[in-house]
Design a protein around this ligand. Structure first.
Ligand code: C2O
Ligand code: CU
Length: 458
């Protein structure tokens, strides 16, 4: 609940606490959740409450930690001031019973998410994550907007979350035996046949890749992590690595009475990881004939390619791993927290060339700023858009261009959480510009506020 009457300010209270949910019928699981602290008796849940704001809003989050462990909140993908980034380099972790206020503007429209940045492999797995939608820019006409937070968990026969982490969980990133969509096993929803929906997809899993298909129908991808693309593209399969977001338009083709099922297909991310498919994630029951969708917008996001040339500085990073009883992960041979920060000047542009020398894919995330992929194994992508998390396939080099954001200490890491927490994490130290920042494309797009879609599926 917004506590500030000013329409340009969103002020909320968020509490993290222990809770119980019923993942399996009749069996309780002890989880950790976020809830709205301003609503008396508000139930917590997995995922936590949607933070729904307009582009340009000022956001104040009063956080209280009612967990038995220290924690923080990181606003994944939001370009917040460094002091609000919620990592151990930007703040002391919030001790049990303590509070912390996060304050930032929401400069970019898109789909983001929040989660802890302390023992993230354990805390996110227990249920601490929630969606963020920043509205603005082009709003395609849709019957329904759904946020689909994808996750998987390892459940015991008792219905409780497994608290054992074996070397395989660490090596591969824990893959659960139960898949969740918005905290539900076998999630279902109703939809209107013939209508168009917007789906905002977030992969909140520790290690699982979701390789999505909707019975082979076309999914129209309109946005990535950092907002709308300049040009949407259609695909029948969509790979969503941990931490990534995709914004989709989906035509609900069929007739009343049909069921459409979103599935995840097998994807080979290395090390012979058992990942059978197809597996069901989410079913839509078509209950009625809907209104035929109106025309699509003719213009989408405005994304200027970042200007890079032979004089653009290049940062080389190499990702490696060491198998064994205590698997370890490294960036440039260093294991977090024993790392040498990468130093650079705020506001300048650089190329990051990241070589994945491991025998599995690693999803790479940079805090506090967006980047544009230049090429993967030398091949440029077909689309232009902003990313903050990108999959780097095994034995492959990926290059991206980044315009450094605000001064401060920004983390970068693998978003397979077991890897991040066991070394595959580094730090970018940005100092204030000594010279005028270059006049490259500004990431800030104009603030336009549109009416909100009629309903949000959760
Ligand atoms: Cu979603 Cu540093 O994380
Ligand atoms: Cu990794």
């Amino acid at each position: 609940m917004d506590l500030d009457p000013d329409p340009g300010v969103v002020e909320v209270e968020l509490v993290a606490s222990a809770f119980q949910v019923e993942y399996l019928e009749g069996k309780l699981a002890d989880v950790w959740v976020y809830r709205d602290g301003s609503l008396e008796g508000a139930a917590g849940g997995v995922p936590g409450p949607l933070l729904d704001v307009n582009q340009g809003d000022h956001v104040v989050v009063h956080f209280r930690n009612d967990l038995p462990e220290e924690t923080t909140i990181h606003w994944h993908g939001l370009r917040v001031p460094n002091a609000a980034d919620g990592t151990p380099t930007t703040q002391l972790a919030v001790a049990p019973g303590e509070t912390f206020t996060y304050e930032f503007d929401a400069p970019d429209a898109g789909t983001f998410w929040y989660h802890p940045h302390v023992a993230s492999d354990v805390q996110i797995e227990r249920g601490l994550y929630g969606p963020i939608v920043v509205r603005g820019g082009v709003e395609p006409n849709v019957a329904v907007e759904r946020i689909l937070m994808l996750d998987d968990i390892k459940l015991e026969a008792t219905g409780q979350l497994s608290t054992e982490t074996d070397p395989l969980d660490i090596m591969l990133g824990r893959q659960g035996n139960v898949r969740l969509v918005n905290g539900h096993v076998d999630a279902t929803a109703r939809a209107s046949a013939g209508s168009r929906e917007r789906w905002r997809i977030v992969n909140a899993a520790n290690g699982r890749y979701f390789n999505l298909t909707l019975l082979g129908r076309e999914l129209l991808v309109i946005g990535w992590d950092g907002g709308l693309l300049t040009e949407p593209y259609a695909t029948e399969r969509l790979l969503v690595a941990p931490g990534e977001r995709y914004d989709l338009l989906v035509d609900i083709a069929g007739s009343a009475g049909d069921t459409l099922t979103l599935q995840t297909l097998h994807y080979d991310r290395g090390h012979n990881i058992p990942d059978p498919g197809p597996l069901d994630l989410f079913s839509l029951e078509l209950t009625n004939e809907g209104d035929p969708p109106g025309p699509l917008p003719t213009e989408w996001g405005s994304v200027e390619p970042l200007a890079v040339d032979d004089s653009t500085p290049i940062l080389d990073l190499v990702l490696t791993e060491e198998e064994g009883a205590d698997p370890s992960f490294f960036i440039n041979g260093e294991r977090f927290p024993d790392v040498t920060p990468t130093e650079a000047t705020a506001g300048t542009t650089a190329i990051w060339s990241i070589r994945n020398d491991a025998e599995m894919d690693h999803p790479f995330h940079l805090h506090g700023m967006f980047f544009q992929v230049l090429d993967v194994a030398g091949v440029p992508p077909d689309q232009l858009g902003w990313k903050d998390t990108v999959n780097i396939p095994q034995q492959t080099t990926l290059r991206f261009a980044v315009r450094y954001g605000e001064p401060g200490r920004w983390m970068y890491h693998c978003h397979i959480l077991e890897h991040a927490e066991r070394g595959m994490m580094g730090e970018l130290a940005l100092s204030t510009a000594r010279v005028q920042a270059d006049s490259g494309a500004s990431l800030v797009r104009p603030t336009v506020t549109f009416a909100r879609p009629s309903s949000i599926g959760r």
